[in-house]
Design a protein around this ligand. Structure first.
Ligand SMILES: [Zn+2]
Length: 559
């Protein structure tokens, strides 16, 4: 490819031009508009030219106007065609030619911003890759950018769901076959990919071993694959629409449209609270399981005692380094004590700190009392600060996914799955103060949507701080708004976040206990401390603060 940068005039900034193999020229003008420039073929009129490059003759007038309304096309003269109307394959080639450092990442297209004079505005960048400048705010949000300015060399990920179809297809190349008797997507297996992770986990959202195997067997059957461990590269795999996650459905599919609408709704809400050293912030910390319920325990490593240790470390960091008010939901024994060991002793001593407390005998009762307790703390916090956005809720867990998966994953509540009214009574519930205070919960549409939006934002901050610390992140969809378990079952949201009145909340799987490396790591103090630091950093950045590592402002350092 030949790179030509020319000055088209004194008043105009340089146009960047890259010649494609077949004589077409990709160009980016001084106002950062993308075009292809092409010469007409022998005997080609405007209609033929338009059809060849855009696949459509409705673009004739646009092309004519853009090129000064020529009466006929002249041989050897280059005419411009705007990027937005080009055929998809040409759009891809133009983008690849002008932005050679861009690459496909798991959650979208990572764009490397060109240096001046070709540095676009965020609006323009959004137009290029999503077809609409108005998506700039969502790109800014997804990248946790503090302002709209872009700088040469900076990388920006355009989230998959915003991308123009042409770029989205590039992610995992999916074709669609739409039929009355059942539509499906087609994926072509790439080198080194297996049916389980490359297709089932990625496109259906299933992650639990049993589900993944079941769906893989179903797909193997459907596709006539005899041996799932020996599938040739390039083999087309059909995936029925009803198995696909909504973001992999074609644009316009009703389920995808609903999903996009929900996403648009939640984007309306973002955290505006800025809290120096988390002053005035209440952090409700929940260590999952405990008492008679060890959680998952592969290799005899109890989820309950390790996540409780991380909870203690987060608590300690928050209390020592910030002004946040920390309220744990459980305690092992009669005081909070970090056991300074890599491998932790088993314990069944955890109780939920309701009034009176509940030594965890029944895991379900324990889970329900946690959200009753969290809601009670939240009501108190709101009565103090009158701002619900000043409370966050984190429930810490470790995953039990198939062994190949590693890293953190966060579950936030999907607004559509937290409808209805709910409450418990009788037995262990009635005597507890937190239940008596507010026996039943229900949330308005606005509350649920706001909660989804804020929780997503919080999850993104945590994800970034995990990345920053070099901690593992789940490869496929590290932030999920529902648990998908079992084929054709209704997706759900875990009770501890589902009935939780704290707006910003999530269930955090710190790693996958079934993976031997993650399991080894969790049995080290260093890892648990790092996770705790990442969590605190994530909370700080959610409230607009620097991480623990950053030096304090001079005024504090001088004191
Ligand atoms: Zn758990």
């Amino acid at each position: 490819m030949l790179l030509l940068a020319t000055l088209a005039g004194v008043a105009q900034a340089a146009t960047l031009r890259v010649r494609l193999d077949d004589g077409l020229v990709a160009s980016l003008d001084g106002q950062q508009y993308l075009y292809v420039e092409a010469t007409p073929l022998r005997g080609e009129g405007l209609y033929g030219f338009a059809r060849r490059l855009t696949g459509d003759t409705n673009t004739v007038h646009l092309i004519s106007r853009l090129n000064g309304k020529p009466r006929r096309l002249l041989a050897g003269v280059r005419y411009k065609v705007p990027f937005s109307v080009l055929k998809e394959d040409l759009q891809l080639r133009i983008a690849d030619a002008l932005f050679p450092n861009d690459r496909t990442v798991s959650n979208g297209r990572e764009h490397t911003v060109l240096p001046p004079p070709h540095t676009p505005s965020l609006w323009r960048l959004s137009e290029w890759f999503t077809g609409d400048g108005k998506n700039f705010a969502r790109i800014r949000e997804a990248n946790n950018m503090t302002d709209d300015g872009l700088q040469g060399g900076q990388t920006v990920v355009v989230p998959a769901d915003l991308l123009l179809p042409v770029f989205r297809h590039e992610l995992p190349a999916l074709d669609y076959v739409i039929r009355d008797e059942g539509s499906h997507a087609v994926y072509y297996l790439q080198k080194g990919e297996a049916l389980y992770s490359a297709v089932v986990v990625r496109f259906t959202g299933a992650i639990f071993a049993e589900d993944v195997h079941k769906i893989a067997a179903e797909l193997a059957d459907l596709n006539g694959i005899k041996d799932v461990t020996d599938i040739p590269v390039g083999r087309a795999i059909q995936v029925p629409f009803d198995l696909l996650l909504p973001d992999y459905l074609p644009a316009g599919d009703p389920r995808r449209v609903t999903y996009e609408q929900e996403k648009t709704e939640r984007q309306k809400y973002s955290n505006t609270v800025r809290a120096s050293r988390l002053e005035g912030i209440t952090v409700v910390l929940d260590a999952g399981h405990g008492g008679s319920d060890p959680g998952v325990s592969p290799g005899g490593v109890w989820e309950s005692v390790y996540v409780y240790d991380i909870m203690l470390r987060v608590k300690k960091l928050l209390e020592e380094k910030t002004s946040a008010q920390v309220v744990p939901t459980t305690r092992d024994g009669d005081r909070f004590e970090i056991i300074d060991r890599d491998q932790l002793p088993k314990s069944r001593g955890h109780a939920v700190l309701t009034n009176p407390s509940y030594p965890i005998v029944d895991a379900r009762v324990g889970a329900n009392l946690r959200w009753y307790l969290a809601n009670s703390h939240h009501r108190k916090a709101v009565s103090r600060s009158s701002d619900p956005a000043k409370t966050v809720f984190l429930s810490l867990h470790a995953d039990s996914l198939p062994t190949s998966h590693r890293g953190m994953m966060a579950y936030i509540p999907a607004a559509s799955l937290t409808q209805g009214e709910y409450g418990k009574s009788g037995g262990e519930y009635s005597q507890r103060k937190e239940v008596k205070e507010r026996p039943r919960v229900s949330f308005t549409y606005k509350e649920r949507t706001r909660s989804e939006g804020l929780s997503l934002q919080l999850a993104n901050h945590l994800l970034n701080s995990f990345k920053h610390k070099g901690l593992g992140i789940h490869h496929h969809k590290p932030i999920r708004d529902r648990v998908i378990r079992c084929r054709r079952c209704r997706p759900w949201v875990p009770a501890v976040v589902r009935y939780n009145a704290v707006p910003a909340k999530l269930l955090l799987e710190v790693c996958n206990l079934n993976n031997s490396e993650d399991r080894q790591l969790l049995q080290t103090r260093a890892f648990r401390q790092k996770v705790a630091e990442a969590i605190v950093d994530g909370l700080l950045s959610y409230y607009g603060q620097n991480s623990l590592d950053d030096p304090p402002p001079a005024s504090i350092a001088a004191r």
